[in-house]
Ligand binder design. Structure first.
Ligand SMILES: [Zn+2]
Length: 169
């Protein structure tokens, strides 16, 4: 297939599907996969995309190249063109998929840690109110709360938290 044939075959929406990304909202936007954001700022057109947040833009080939960290030749092969290096393209795509999966899992784990951390702080603070001040139980709870407060700082500091999460495992 030629480049144009491939572009006729796949729309940007097909490419989003390919990566398990959500379809565009009513206004035609998705959350940009190339920079961190909570508000969708990447406009999806039939054949192209443009992120108003980070400036990433291009066609389906560019999207695949950016998602998988591969060259145009490899993206072309991956989308059904017939370059001989399609094996290396598949390998890189597989590695990029694994990397995204790992990042997603780390983020999920972090979210659960934050939730648990928040819950524990609440519980310990209540206990401190109930327990007899300066008793052993009170002191243990106080120490446990201090540790959770320390974790809170770390878990909400994006630079440090990944390192600590690794150690907690
Ligand atoms: Zn972006």
């Amino acid at each position: 297939m030629t480049k144009e044939e491939i572009k006729d075959l796949y729309s940007m929406k097909d490419i989003l599907d390919r990566y398990g990304l959500p379809q565009p909202n009513r206004a035609g936007f998705i959350c940009c996969p190339f920079h961190k954001e909570k508000t969708a700022s990447m406009k999806i057109y039939k054949r192209d995309f443009n992120c108003f947040g980070c400036g990433a833009n291009g066609d389906i080939f560019t999207f695949v190249m950016l998602m998988d960290g591969i060259s145009f030749k490899e993206a072309y092969a991956a989308l059904g063109g017939d370059y001989e290096n399609s094996f290396s393209a598949r390998l890189k795509i597989y590695q990029a998929q694994k990397k995204r999966e790992m990042q997603r899992k780390t983020e999920e784990r972090l979210k659960r840690k934050r939730e648990m951390n928040y819950l524990l702080m609440e519980v310990y603070r209540k206990w401190l109110d109930w327990l007899e001040p300066l008793s052993d139980a009170w002191a243990n709870t106080y120490n446990a709360l201090q540790y959770q407060e320390y974790l809170w700082e770390v878990l909400n500091d994006s630079k440090e938290c990944y390192e600590v999460i690794k150690q907690l495992r």
